[in-house]
Design a binder for this molecule. Structure first.
Ligand SMILES: Nc1ncnc2c1ncn2[C@@H]1O[C@H](COP(=O)(O)OP(=O)(O)OP(=O)(O)O)[C@@H](O)[C@H]1O
Ligand SMILES: O=P(O)(O)OC[C@H]1O[C@](O)(CO)[C@@H](O)[C@@H]1O
Ligand SMILES: [Mg+2]
Length: 322
């Protein structure tokens, strides 16, 4: 069975590169001769009826833009049996029989529920966190890390000028990938992530003292949001070492900005593959990157996978940032 109309939505936190994926879904769908609708504000748009017809020009001039032209939301109303039924019924009334859902793990659960209600869904991993177990890459991760690196490089200038220590919190509530890769890229003395417990003396103070003895005078400590507590950590470091310390929470600045080449290309490829799968009558799949290739998996199988933190890279960071 092939599709009559397909639709696309973005859900959860926005991520740079979502627009590239939306553009690819729209243009690929149209190239197959199906109508393509844009659902606004995530699953909320299926409850409020905020759905617009897309054409080739609706997605012009967006590939370089951060955020999402479809807007996004976290929708507790959708996340109930009645909400899912209402969303499915909106799709049926508009002739939509397939939806591409671009978002994180929560959005994939929503996509699975909507599929179970009779509307075929395909998930695309769009989140700066890189916390989707089934995919080695999520759209937005590269841009967010490059933004974080630029910000920490600025902090380094001022910390170096004052012989200070900068304690910087980056995003990632349950996932330390942004912290790990940013930490390596800025040469952080310590990197704290939710996946690995840390010891204040051994993992921070002793490392700072060691590098101080070898001539280092300014320090960067990168802390994932899931570890948190950067204000207190900066105070404790100052008390333990006598080195003036300052805390910075980078926050939502990491979610904005023009997507990098990688996020534009991965978003484009994933969006196009998703639209073609819907056109071919497939559903209940997620598009993921495995071994550097874009492939599709069953949603439930993907949701049951366990994330593996890159301990090897973490150990390399520990060895060389000293
Ligand atoms: N278990 C679930 N069943 C059905 N729908 C869900 C479920 N969990 C989340 N959703 C839907 O997906 C939306 C987005 O989920 P969530 O807020 O967890 O963000 P996400 O997609 O994981 O993105 P990110 O964490 O990167 O911001 C929720 O607001 C809700 O509408
Ligand atoms: O924008 P909100 O709703 O405050 O959510 C913040 C969360 O979203 C993320 O940015 C992922 O989208 C996480 O890194 C962060 O914990
Ligand atoms: Mg999530």
């Amino acid at each position: 069975m092939s599709s009559k109309a397909i639709a696309v939505l973005t859900s959860g936190g926005d991520a740079p590169g979502m627009n590239a994926a939306v553009r690819a879904v729209v243009r690929t769908g149209l190239s197959h001769g199906v109508r393509v609708m844009g659902i606004q504000r995530g699953f909320n748009g299926l409850l409020s009826g905020e759905v617009v017809e897309m054409n080739l020009r609706s997605v012009s001039d967006i590939i370089h833009r951060g955020g999402t032209i479809l807007y996004t939301a976290r929708s507790p109303e959708f996340n109930t049996p009645a909400g899912v039924q209402q969303a499915a019924s909106t799709c049926r009334s508009l002739g939509i029989d397939g939806v591409v859902v671009i978002g994180g793990d929560g959005s994939f659960r929503g996509a699975r529920d909507l599929t179970e209600s009779g509307i075929r869904c395909i998930g695309i991993p769009g989140t700066i966190d890189n916390d989707i177990a089934s995919s080695e890459y999520t759209i937005g991760f590269d841009t967010a890390m490059n933004t974080a690196v630029q910000m920490v490089d600025r902090l380094r200038d001022t910390m170096e000028s004052h012989d200070r220590c900068s304690v910087v919190q980056v995003m990632g509530r349950r996932c330390g990938d942004i912290a790990l890769q940013t930490g390596i890229a800025v040469g952080a003395t310590s990197i704290l992530v939710p996946e690995v417990p840390y010891d204040f003396q051994k993992d921070i103070i002793e490392r700072m003292r060691f590098t101080q003895k070898t001539g280092k005078k300014h320090f960067i400590i990168i802390v994932a949001e899931g570890v948190g507590g950067v204000e207190k950590l900066a105070q404790d470091i100052q008390e333990a070492t006598g080195i003036e310390s300052r805390a910075t929470i980078l926050g939502h600045v990491q979610r904005g900005g023009s997507p990098t080449l990688r996020d534009r290309v991965v978003g484009s490829e994933m969006g196009s593959v998703a639209a073609t799968l819907l056109y071919k009558g497939k559903g209940n799949r997620v598009i993921v990157m495995q071994g550097g290739k874009i492939v599709d998996l069953d949603i439930s199988e993907a949701l049951n996978m366990k994330r593996v933190f890159d301990k090897n890279l973490y150990e390399i960071a520990h060895r060389i940032s000293i």
